[in-house]
Design a protein around this ligand. Structure first.
Ligand SMILES: C[S@@+](CC[C@H](N)C(=O)[O-])C[C@H]1O[C@@H](n2cnc3c(N)ncnc32)[C@H](O)[C@@H]1O
Length: 271
C-alpha cells in the first residue's frame, strides 16, 4: 500500500505543470465549466453527464454565503465554480502544489477562498460542524484508505449539512476488470492512489454515519465512451454515445436493478 507522502509527491509533480499557465487559462467559473463540458476536445467532456448532474444539484443548493469544503480539490474547478456563485470556499488537498494552484486560480477568477494543504485523515484545523457542504470530486476513493479520514469528514459537516460525491462506481466486475487492465497497460503509477473503486460496500460506510444517503448511478451502456477516449470530437462517435445514453435511460428505467452496475455515481448524504 502506498503512503500519503508518496501520493503527495505524485500529485505535487502532476499539478506543478499548471502553475505557469497565464491568468486567462487559470480562470474558472460556471460559464467556463459549461463550455468545457460541452467541448468534446476537452478531457472533462468524457464525464459530461455526471458533471452536468453534479452542477445541477449544486446550483439547487443555497450556495451563496454557505461554508463549503472542496475536499481533495486538485486543480479546484468545482470550488472555483461554487465561489463564483457566492459560497465561502475552502480548498483542501494533500498536495501543497494543488493548493497553490487553487489560490492562483481564485485570484485569476476574482474570488476569495481559503486553502489548506493537509492529509484529510487529520482535519483538526477545522472545528466540528464547520461546513454546510462538502463536495468531493473523485477524491473520497483516495482518502478512504487513510485511517480516520471518514470520521474526520463527517465531523466537519454541520448536523443537517451535506456531503456530495462524484465518483467512478465500482460494482460492475466487467468495468472494473477493464479499468484495471487499462491502468496496467497504461503503466499507471501506484502512487496515483486509484486502487479503491467506490462501490456499494464503501457507500454503506456512509449509511452508518449519515441520516440520509441517496445514490444516483449514471452511464451503463454509455461507459463504452472509455473505448473512444481522445476521439470524442469525431461526430460519429459523439452520435453513437448520445444513442447509448438514450438507450441507458430506457434500459435503466425498465430494469432499475441494473443501476448498480453503472460506471459513474453521484452520491448525496445528509448529516
Ligand atoms: C483524482 S484527484 C481529484 C482532484 C479533483 N477533485 C478533481 O476532480 O480534479 C484526487 C485528489 O485527492 C487528493 N488526495 C489524495 N489523498 C488525499 C488525502 N489523504 N488528503 C487530502 N487529499 C488527498 C490528491 O492530492 C488529488 O488531488
Amino acid at each position: 500500500m502506498i503512503t500519503a507522502a508518496q501520493e503527495q509527491r505524485f500529485y505535487d509533480s502532476h499539478y506543478r505543470q499548471f502553475l505557469d499557465l497565464p491568468d486567462h487559462a487559470l480562470r474558472c467559473d460556471r460559464a467556463s465549466l459549461l463550455r468545457d463540458l460541452n467541448n468534446p476536445a476537452h478531457p472533462i467532456h468524457e464525464r459530461r453527464k455526471l458533471y452536468e448532474a453534479v452542477l445541477n444539484r449544486l446550483l439547487q443548493l443555497p450556495l451563496a454565503r454557505g461554508n463549503v469544503l472542496d475536499y481533495g480539490c486538485g486543480p479546484g474547478e468545482w470550488g472555483l465554480v461554487m465561489a463564483g456563485e457566492g459560497a465561502r470556499v475552502t480548498f483542501l488537498d494533500l498536495s501543497p502544489v494543488a493548493i497553490e494552484l487553487c489560490l492562483r486560480r481564485a485570484a485569476a477568477s476574482s474570488v476569495e477562498v481559503r486553502g489548506c494543504a493537509r492529509d484529510a485523515s487529520d482535519l483538526s484545523c477545522f472545528p466540528d460542524g464547520e461546513f454546510d457542504l462538502v463536495y468531493a470530486n473523485a477524491a473520497l476513493h483516495h482518502t478512504l484508505k487513510y485511517p480516520g479520514a471518514l470520521d474526520e469528514l463527517v465531523r466537519v459537516i454541520r448536523p443537517g449539512g451535506r456531503l456530495i460525491l462524484a465518483e467512478t462506481y465500482g460494482n460492475n466486475p466487467l468495468l472494473n476488470a477493464a479499468r484495471r487492465l487499462r491502468w496496467k497497460l497504461g503503466g499507471q503509477a501506484e502512487e496515483q492512489g486509484e486502487d479503491i473503486l467506490l462501490g456499494d460496500a464503501e457507500i454503506d460506510l456512509l449509511r452508518g454515519r449519515f441520516a440520509r444517503v441517496e445514490v444516483y448511478p449514471l452511464n451503463f451502456l454509455a461507459m463504452a465512451k472509455r473505448l473512444f477516449r481522445g476521439r470524442l470530437e469525431n461526430p460519429l462517435i459523439g452520435r453513437l454515445l448520445r444513442i447509448l445514453e438514450s438507450a441507458d435511460d430506457a434500459l435503466l428505467g425498465a430494469f432499475p436493478g441494473l443501476r448498480r452496475y453503472c460506471g459513474e455515481v453521484l452520491v448525496e448524504a445528509e448529516r
